[in-house]
Ligand binder design. Structure first.
Ligand code: GTB
Length: 217
């Protein structure tokens, strides 16, 4: 059955791989599943046809036969459950890999998103200059804890898993601020994720879309 995902027709990051379709593309590449991409404009995202797929009018979405999913974590988890390569078969190791996926989305990513909001969405507010360093320190606290747990291990819990896929994707968003570089073992961990052939293919595919969009505009 054909898998179709949605992505920005033209991502605000210009193809740096930060939009969340990259996470879904990466999971599909790790699982060896071909997929098609439907590109959506900002207007199309808020139109009824897309809202039927995604109640919040966002990307990515995932369609496969009669199944339609939204929320990157749920989509990536679905891919990991249906195919080999992203979840261990041992039940306890599997539960721990899922735990890391939730930890990335629920505990590590929120302050990272807050920083992005504080800098960009709220950057013109009078309190922004005071808020940005506070939020950045909240990220440092989480990354410090994660850095201690990772130590010199290659991945978070044994072999590469969906937990690493999401954690690396989340951490990537801290690179532009320079915070990732403050934690050399996390920076190396992210680099290992990026070096995976499946990530490279996912990144190249989203970059191609965004390069074409820029050339057309
Ligand atoms: N919780 C949802 C999920 O994980 O799927 C969040 C989905 C989401 O935030 N989607 C964003 C979106 O559709 C795109 S990925 N935004 C449009 C809208 O809400 O109207 C988030 C994103 C966007 C841009 C960058 N960037 O430019 O660097 C990075 C990440």
């Amino acid at each position: 059955m054909t898998i179709t995902i949605t992505a920005f027709e033209c991502s605000p990051d210009g193809g740096k791989g930060l939009a969340r379709d990259t996470r879904v593309r990466w999971a599909l590449e790790e699982a060896g599943q071909p997929y098609e991409v439907r590109l959506v404009s900002p207007q199309a995202m808020k139109a009824p046809a897309h809202l039927r797929l995604h109640p919040f009018g966002q990307i990515p979405t995932y369609e496969e036969g009669t199944l339609a999913l939204f929320e990157t974590g749920a989509i990536v988890f679905h891919i990991a459950e249906r195919h080999t390569g992203l979840l261990p078969t041992d039940p306890d190791a599997r539960a721990r890999a899922i735990t890391w996926m939730f930890a990335a989305l629920s505990t590590v990513e929120p302050p990272i998103l807050e920083l992005s909001n504080a800098k960009f969405a709220e950057g013109d507010k009078p309190w922004s200059a005071e808020r940005v360093p506070l939020v950045a320190d909240r990220i440092r606290q989480r990354l410090g804890q994660l850095s201690v747990r990772l130590g010199d291990a290659e991945w978070l819990d044994g072999a590469f898993s969906v937990g690493d896929l999401i954690m690396v994707s989340v951490l990537l968003r801290t690179r532009p601020s320079g915070i990732l570089g403050e934690f050399p073992n996390l920076a190396a961990y992210v680099a290992r994720g990026e070096a995976r052939p499946a990530y490279q293919r996912a990144f190249a595919a989203q970059l191609a879309v965004n390069t074409a969009a820029r050339q057309a505009s």
